[in-house]
Every structure is written in C-alpha cells, then in structure tokens.
Design a protein around this ligand. Structure first.
Ligand code: ZN
Length: 299
C-alpha cells in the first residue's frame, strides 16, 4: 500500500531550510516568546550538525528563545560533570538532542521534578535511545530504543486501532535502510497535528520500529508503515506521540536521523514543522505555529 516517491522528488519538496528567516514572526509577534533549553553533548548521531539548525529553526519561528546546555563528552572525569547542572525551571521546554552516558543523579531528579511540575520535554530521534536504566525517563518517553524484553510495543492496525504487543514478543527496536516514507496522521484533532495533511511524505530518514517501554498514557499522533522490503516489520510504527507526566507534557518524534553530513531528514519542512509544533505544545499545551505552505503533500 505504500508508494515511495523517488528521492529526487523528495529533495525538491524538502529543500527549503528557512534558517532564521522568522517567517512566522509577524503572526506570533504578540505572543511572549517561549524559552527552550536544548541539551546535547553526547550522541551516536552527529549532534553537532543537528543542534545549530534546530536552534535556528526554533528562533526563526519567532516563537522561541533558545539556550543550549552541552554535557561533557564520553568518558569524562566525574569532576567534569560538576559543571553540568542546567536550571531547567528557567525554561518552558527542554529539547533533548542527547543520547549518551547517564546524567548525574541530581540532574536526573531535577528533570523529573521539572516535568512533573509542569515543564515540557521534547525528544528528537535518538534522544529516545538514552537512559534505559532511568525509570522516570522511560515513563516520560513511553517508548524507547530497547530490546523486546524491556517492555511493550505499540503499533496501529489496518483499522486504525492501537495494538499493544507484550514484552518478549515481536521485534526489538531497529530500523531498515533510510528511505523516504509516508507519515499518516492518526489524530487530526491534537494541537500538534491539527491542519496537517492526513498523509504526507517525509524526506529520507530512518524509520524506527519496535520501540519498547511502559507506553502508559501514550497517545500516538502519527505513524509510518515499516515495509518489510525496506528492512522493516510490516507494521504501522509510531512516529509522533505525546504523554502527560505529572503537570507536564512530553512530545516525542523518532524522525530526524543525522549521521555525518547527511541532514536531509531534519531539513524536511515536515520534520521542521513537527519539531516546532511539538516543542510549542510541550511548553504550553497548545499550538499557534501554523502549517507552512511548503509542508509536504501526500504523493
Ligand atoms: Zn538515527
């Protein structure tokens, strides 16, 4: 059922990377800007090639101001971590571009308290691979890159119903070779997805499958079909989801793979819009950022 567009067409659809243009500033000028903290510093992906364009995109929307907190690198001395104590409470939303070593216990606790007290958390791609041994983080993200024995899996069947596969059954987390794929909106009434085409073509990206976790209170907003001939599962896998945590909100998209200098996935207007709207929703529970005119179409 999936028709995959040629790469050439997708490049054409997704070429417009509006760095700092502020194209929505006029619309949003009356709103107080939301404060975003991006956390990076370790990732099996090229986080250095991700944070600057994501920061520019957020700032360019006119809706956000952005600071960046960068952790010590891998295998740093414990004393190096003493300098990493972000003041999460100063921000409306924390965006994680981090997939690396565990944070110090007090930083983990600070993030838990921050979200529980009403803060927002936005998780991009491999940021959901992080912290398998941090129970509250697993609750917040719902599903992460884990083995099949770690927790349940959620998919959506052909009738649109969510299917829960118990831990131990079905695939572990994985992905096939990167390719362009169609994203299907499953809840068109959520603030993040309202007004989006029901189906839209994402640029070449990794299509995550078999994500695992407690998956409690999780609402799937969009899925993509993981085709077996692309190394996938033959199931509709969650691409965008949200979870309440205490008084706070957590938004996850597993799209956004960047390795080396290949930034196609995060340059797609579809990804950029999902990131902006998801981050705004995590911060406030509502969305004012519009769907741009260059948002991808379905074929
Ligand atoms: Zn990736």
């Amino acid at each position: 059922m999936m028709k995959i567009r040629s790469g050439a067409v997708i490049v054409g659809l997704c070429a417009g990377w509006a760095l700092g243009v502020g194209q929505w500033g006029q619309v949003l000028g009356a709103e107080e800007k939301l404060r975003v903290l991006i956390v990076d510093g370790q990732n099996n992906h090229n986080w250095r090639a991700m944070t600057p364009p994501m920061k520019a995109e957020l700032e360019g929307s006119g809706r956000f101001t952005v600071d960046v907190a960068t952790t010590p690198g891998p295998r740093a001395k414990p004393s190096a971590w003493d300098a990493f104590h972000p003041d999460f409470a100063r921000y409306d939303v924390v965006l994680s571009n981090y997939n690396g070593e565990p944070w110090p216990a007090e930083v983990r606790k600070a993030l838990e308290d921050y979200v529980a007290n009403g803060g927002g958390l936005a998780i991009i791609h491999a940021a959901n691979n992080a912290f398998p041994d941090w129970p509250a983080f697993n609750e917040m993200i719902g599903l992460g890159w884990r083995s099949r024995d770690f927790g349940d899996r959620l998919t959506v069947d052909e009738s649109g119903q969510v299917v829960r596969t118990p831990k131990g059954q079905g695939p572990s987390s994985g992905h096939g070779a990167p390719h362009a794929f169609k994203v299907v909106v499953r809840n068109p009434n959520h603030p993040i997805t309202r007004g989006m085409p029901t189906e839209w073509m994402h640029a070449k990206d990794e299509l995550y499958h078999g994500q695992r976790g407690p998956a409690a209170h999780l609402e799937i907003l969009a899925t993509a079909y993981s085709a077996k001939d692309k190394g996938g599962t033959g199931s509709h896998e969650p691409m965008i989801w949200v979870i309440p945590y205490g008084k706070g909100r957590v938004f996850t998209t597993v799209m956004g793979h960047v390795m080396g200098s290949e930034t196609t996935a995060i340059r797609c207007p579809g990804f950029r819009t999902v990131m902006l709207r998801g981050t705004e929703w995590a911060a406030t529970g509502r969305v004012t950022i519009p769907i741009p005119e260059d948002f991808p179409v379905s074929h």
